[in-house]
Write a protein of this length. Structure first.
Ligand SMILES: *[C@@H]1O[C@H](CO)[C@@H](O)[C@H](O)[C@H]1NC(C)=O
Ligand SMILES: *[C@@H]1O[C@H](CO)[C@@H](O)[C@H](O)[C@H]1NC(C)=O
Length: 326
């Protein structure tokens, strides 16, 4: 049903990633955006996108709503797709999107970081197709409504679970390509999730806890690269216990990249470090906690990752306390 000509699309979570897909999909459809913190700005002025790929000064004025109930109220035709592009923080997203999910029809597309993030959606919407996507898209929104996008846009897409029919994940892949995006379909998207997690679950908490970029962390002590490598090996072991072999070259490549950045004095500021600096919650559970739990489940030793998890979780709880009281 979803491969109709102009599908009806809802984008939930319109930060940097959501806005870029909103922009691309607006070439083939009239997507609606659920805006939360940026609602007023976007409703009045729309977005301005400066992109190394699509050009500068792009104006985008989407249909905006405050929540999913409002999205369905305006037009009673069911949504063909809901894209979840918000950060994976808290467990309430399935409840928030439920007014816009038509059972047996709406395809739920998760464009989120982390591992083990799909099960909660599947439990809430057992009769809807779930598409799982791994996104590579360097993009920031600062201030609200102003989007700065770097030189990469890539989506890796597959069905969830991987054994489910690929009809909907293939159709979504085609839709993104038709809109001018870069999309690859994978029969088993979980290997792609683990591969990205190797980098994200190691560097994110390390940089957030130390306030170092990756290059600065490597410079801080002769043993620091060994710690990163140990954590990455633990993640490889957890993935392996779940049937996914992350190629060794990827591990070496990733460490090599960070080391190379020492030379040019730059270094990457992973998203959790950006969050800490901005006083925002971090995706600790989706990126680190779930990996540790999946390790435990299979009796995999992952003491270093577990320690990073507990410390990052403590830091996140302080950020949350501070937000509540300010
Ligand atoms: C975006 O690009 C426009 C046009 O080139 C420029 O005037 C503006 O300063 C840029 N904004 C940001 C935030 O980079
Ligand atoms: C995750 O890792 C990729 C590289 O594999 C990196 O480009 C991206 O910034 C990281 N994202 C987060 C949320 O840390």
């Amino acid at each position: 049903m979803a491969s109709i000509d102009r599908p009806k699309i809802l984008v939930f979570g319109v930060g940097g990633v959501g806005t870029i897909y909103l922009y691309l999909l607006s070439r083939v459809s009239s997507p609606t955006a659920v805006c939360r913190s940026n609602y007023e700005v976007v409703r009045n002025d729309g977005f301005i996108i400066n992109s190394s790929i699509y050009g500068n000064g792009i104006r985008l004025k989407p249909n905006v709503v405050r929540d999913c109930a409002e999205a369905t109220f305006r037009d009673s035709r069911p949504f063909d797709y809901i894209l979840i592009c918000s950060k994976a923080i808290g467990q309430d997203i399935p409840d928030l999107i439920s007014p816009a999910v038509t059972p047996d029809h709406t395809v739920i597309v998760l464009i989120q970081n982390g591992i083990g993030i799909e099960a909660h959606y599947q439990a809430t919407f057992p009769n809807n197709p779930i598409v799982s996507a791994v996104v590579y898209l360097p993009v920031t929104q600062r201030p609200a409504g102003v989007i700065t996008h770097g030189e990469l846009e890539r989506l890796e897409i597959g069905s969830y679970p991987s054994s489910a029919s690929s009809e909907h994940s293939e159709a979504f892949t085609q839709l993104i390509r038709h809109a001018g995006g870069t999309a690859e379909h994978h029969d088993d998207i979980q290997l792609k999730r683990w591969t990205k997690l190797l980098v994200n679950a190691s560097w994110n908490p390390i940089c957030a806890l130390t306030l170092c970029t990756d290059a600065n962390f490597l410079l801080s002590s002769p043993s620091s690269s060994e710690l990163v490598s140990d954590v990455m090996l633990e993640i490889c072991d957890i993935a392996k216990a779940h049937g996914y072999t992350i190629p060794k070259e990827i591990l070496e490549l990733q460490l090599g990249r960070a080391t190379a950045r020492i030379g040019n004095g730059n270094g990457v500021e992973p998203s959790m470090l950006q969050d800490v600096r901005a006083g925002r919650r971090m995706e600790v559970e989706a990126i680190v906690g779930n990996a540790v739990r999946m390790g435990r489940e299979k009796d995999v030793k992952c003491e270093k990752l577990n320690m990073l998890y507990l410390l990052a979780r403590a830091l996140d709880s302080q950020i949350e306390n501070k937000r509540r009281t300010s």
